[in-house]
Design a protein around this ligand. Structure first.
Ligand SMILES: Cc1cc2nc3c(=O)[nH]c(=O)nc-3n(C[C@H](O)[C@H](O)[C@H](O)COP(=O)(O)OP(=O)(O)OC[C@H]3O[C@@H](n4cnc5c(N)ncnc54)[C@H](O)[C@@H]3O)c2cc1C
Length: 425
């Protein structure tokens, strides 16, 4: 069997059997006949979530839209569908997802299973848009869960540990436009002004290219005004600057990192901080051009401590001796009730560490993780983190309940891989 690699190329899986069932009945048979099994979505996670040497199942062929109920504002789809397909289908019918992350090429179930989030202090992770889901257990038996079940909150962000989710119903909303205003802002001033900025805007995020003094501050708000984005702007900023210039310069910086990357980052910051004011369909504003493969870790911290955290974060990345040839992203989300959500019952600020240059990655990660742990961060399950089961257990009120439920629901451990075993030792 050839190796299957994840999107970033840092994980390679050589399962004994790789399969893409064409029906739910076929999926049941595969589950029943496997000793060990993991599911892969679109392979966009950096963590070892999909690694197995036994059976790896993809729901690539289970990606139909089952129903769009315009009156109830719900869409039901098979779990292997890509989020982008949902966006297109909803848009045709005057509907939309309420919030999204920065890309939509993940599978529906895969994005939900790791707690994928977008940005907005009044917006929870994507799982909060799920009204109900259907899952097959280790014996291939069907289960349905909705928001009235405790297991809904336990198993939806389930890291692939409880079974194979094959169908989901999402609550959606009327299609809407977002006005995106972005411009450069001195990082320290942006921190001082954070409370006002979060209070006045639906969705806020920041991009930073260390050690630049400025960040790009993005604010998205709902508007009834018509879309006005120009094709030329999209090509120039989203393709020429964001893809061609950005990629070429960040590669050129590798020739002599310490010397070239700081001035390149300052030059790029000047390009991307030019003020922008545009109105577009929501999903086109939430999503950004697909970035080049890179390494990434991202953690959720207590929003109440955001200003202090941002000052420390800025100090850390600007002076820890490393250079960064990738944009560092800062986002926000509302607390939720999913047992293993990094934003479990805590409004959150998300801080990450991103780099295209893979050299020294382990040292960079250790450096960032020391900061994250000192501030009670909770790692994104789909991104990179060093597993420390004791630390994780202390961060999640429901960690032991989750572990017990994993053991009782999948008593044979069919869906366990080393990654889950190490987290839940
Ligand atoms: C370019 C890029 C941008 C990203 N942007 C964001 C962002 O804005 N916000 C954010 O929070 N994250 C973001 N991510 C992370 C990404 O959303 C998560 O890692 C997500 O889990 C990937 O979805 P996937 O379909 O590729 O799932 P995979 O990575 O293939 O799998 C993830 C997990 O889901 C499980 N799983 C998959 N399908 C099923 C199923 N049918 N039933 C049960 N379990 C299942 C797998 O077993 C695994 O544990 C980004 C990733 C990339 C590469």
């Amino acid at each position: 069997m050839r190796a299957i690699r994840n999107w970033a190329g840092n994980i390679s899986v050589r399962p004994r059997r790789y399969t893409e069932p064409r029906s739910v009945d076929e999926l049941k048979e595969i589950i029943r006949s496997s000793e060990k099994l993991r599911v892969v979505g679109s392979g966009h996670s950096w963590s070892e979530a999909i690694v197995t040497d036994d059976t790896l199942v993809s729901l690539n062929n289970l990606r139909e839209i089952i129903e769009v109920d315009a009156e109830r504002k719900q869409i039901t789809a098979q779990a292997g569908i890509e989020l982008s397909e949902i966006n297109r289908e909803l848009d045709k019918r005057g509907l939309a997802l309420k919030n999204l992350g920065s890309i939509a090429t993940q599978s529906l179930a895969g994005a939900i299973a790791t707690g994928t989030h977008g940005t907005g202090v009044d917006f929870q992770c994507l799982a909060s848009q799920v009204a109900s889901f259907k899952m097959l257990d280790a014996d291939g038996r069907e289960h349905s869960f909705n928001k009235t079940d405790d297991n809904f909150y336990a198993m939806l962000i389930g890291l692939g540990g409880f079974g194979v989710i094959y169908e989901m119903t999402l609550d959606v909303t009327d299609a809407f436009q977002l006005r995106e205003i972005s411009s450069g802002r001195d990082f320290d001033e942006a921190i001082d002004d954070l409370d006002r900025c979060l209070a006045e805007n639906d969705h806020v995020k920041m991009w930073w290219l260390p050690p630049s003094k400025d960040v790009v501050l993005f604010a998205y708000n709902r508007t009834d005004d018509a879309a006005n984005d120009s094709r030329f702007r999209q090509w120039f900023k989203d393709e020429f600057i964001s893809v061609c210039v950005y990629r070429t310069l960040s590669l050129a910086g590798l020739l002599h990192r310490e010397k070239f990357i700081p001035p390149i980052n300052r030059f790029l910051t000047r390009q991307i901080t030019k003020p922008l004011d545009r109105i577009e369909r929501s999903y086109k504003v939430f999503n950004v051009p697909e970035p080049p493969p890179h390494r990434e870790t991202e953690w959720a911290f207590d929003l109440a401590d955001a200003k202090n955290l941002l000052r420390e974060y800025k100090k850390l990345l600007a002076s820890n001796g490393f250079t960064y040839n990738f944009i560092q992203e800062i986002r926000f989300s509302k607390g939720d009730d999913f047992w293993l959500s990094p934003a479990y019952r805590r409004d959150s600020i998300w801080l990450g560490m991103y780099n295209k240059d893979r050299r020294d990655w382990d040292k960079r990660l250790a450096n960032f993780e020391a900061f994250a742990r000192a501030h009670n961060g909770r790692p994104h399950w789909g991104k990179e983190f060093t597993i420390d089961a004791r630390y994780l257990a202390a961060q999640y009120e429901k960690f032991d309940d989750f572990r017990r439920l994993l053991k009782s629901f999948d008593s044979s451990g069919k869906f366990r891989n080393n990654w889950l075993n190490t987290i839940f030792t």
